[in-house]
Design a protein around this ligand. Structure first.
Ligand code: NPG
Length: 371
């Protein structure tokens, strides 16, 4: 498509409640959004990097710098009229920075699909009009507080709950939730905070009929996960190390996981996420769509992705109200059946509300295409 300019905005959005996990306590979500502007169409991309490099090496200021100084100039030189499916190859000489690359690809995809009137869901191959919604619960101050939070989310209609765990906050809180909510589809996420020496302790979680335990060990320990898998009944799911379709195939073939969390940002974009989905489907491995405290922009794209047939478990895609008093887009609202609607309009099917965007913007950088 013809591109005239790329606008980069950093935003700061207050979260409804602080999100405490192995990643620290976030109360404000800093983020970067990318807007591709052309004569016929424009599109929006959201970078999932956090304000600080606590989940991945990427973070907002770094992502802004790499998009501005490397990704946009390189893409403009390589493909003066780029299409979204050229982005990954054109930017492959730049190592890493997958979340930044994903944001640029997402913006081009949105612009392209808008121009031809096709929804992202239909482009990706979605087979559902709505997807079941799960919710992630951070480390609570006490078990009583955790039970209250889970009860509230149950009442709101969420269909499965993911509890963050870490050493010192695991078996007892999980037991308390399971005792109180006997039939609740439940899973846990450790963000890599255990070691193989904790295997016997982690095996105590087998008593609670969890759907899965996510990322118990550090991300570079596939062999450890394969060993742990032999000692647990609960399926292991990987998150952080799944950086591509190939990484997913590798982790599965080594026996390091039986379930995969797919996050487009972590994999360099929605096109690679779709390939990873296809890989999981071919290998008979259930996938689900992860979340990174996104605004309505990436939530829209995640809903499109999660509507593919291989996403057989509810993802971390909650309603806007779980995160924001005021979302960047029209809010996503949970239906009475605990599902969220997959946007059907062209491209992402949504866009930032101008007055909200203006309110939460902390910086604007305008780059002319090809200069
Ligand atoms: O619902 O968006 C959500 C949050 C789900 O727990 C969640 N995400 O480790 O997967 C994770 C965690 C996360 C949050 C990761 C923020 C990175 C940033």
């Amino acid at each position: 498509m013809k591109v005239e300019a790329v606008e980069l905005r950093t935003l700061s959005m207050p979260l409804v409640s602080s999100f405490r996990g192995a990643l620290g306590a976030e109360t404000e979500r800093e983020l970067l959004v990318v807007r591709v502007i052309g004569p016929e169409s424009e599109g929006w991309g959201e970078c999932s990097a956090l304000g600080s490099p606590l989940y991945s090496p990427e973070y907002v200021a770094g992502a802004l710098a790499v998009v501005r100084d490397h990704l946009v100039p390189r893409l403009a030189a390589h493909a003066p009229e780029p299409t979204a499916d050229q982005v990954a190859a054109a930017l492959s000489p730049v190592k890493g920075h997958r979340m930044a690359k994903a944001a640029l690809e997402m913006a081009l995809l949105d612009a392209e699909l808008r121009a031809r009137g096709q929804s992202l869901a239909s482009y990706l191959g979605a087979t559902r009009a709505s997807v079941p919604s799960g919710v992630a619960v951070g480390i609570a101050g006490s078990t009583a507080e955790l039970l209250d939070t889970v009860a509230r989310y149950r009442e709101e209609g969420y269909l499965r709950v993911k509890l963050k765990i870490r050493p010192g906050w695991d078996v007892e809180p999980v037991r308390a939730v399971r005792e109180r909510f006997g039939d609740l589809p439940l899973q846990v996420d450790a963000n890599g905070s255990y070691s193989l020496a904790d295997a016997a302790h982690l095996a105590r979680l087998d008593a609670f009929e969890l759907l899965l335990v996510e990322q118990p060990l550090p991300e570079d320990d596939l062999a450890g996960h394969a060993e742990l898998a032999r000692r647990l009944k609960t399926p292991i799911c990987l998150d952080e190390p799944i950086t591509s379709a190939r990484a997913a195939a590798d982790a599965i073939s080594r026996g390091a996981c039986r379930v995969v969390n797919l996050k487009a940002g972590r994999m360099g974009g929605y096109l690679e996420a779709r390939r990873a989905h296809d890989t999981c489907t071919a290998l008979g491995v259930p996938a689900w769509c992860g979340g990174m405290l996104e605004t309505g922009l990436a939530r829209a794209a995640n809903l499109a992705l999660a509507a593919l047939p291989g996403f057989t478990l509810p993802g971390d895609i909650s309603a806007s109200g779980r995160y924001w008093h005021q979302d960047l887009t029209e809010p996503f609202v949970l239906g009475p059946d605990g599902h969220l609607p997959v946007p059907a309009g062209p491209g992402l099917g949504t866009a930032p509300l101008p007055e909200v965007l203006a309110q939460v913007t902390t910086s604007v950088t305008l780059l002319r295409w090809g200069s």
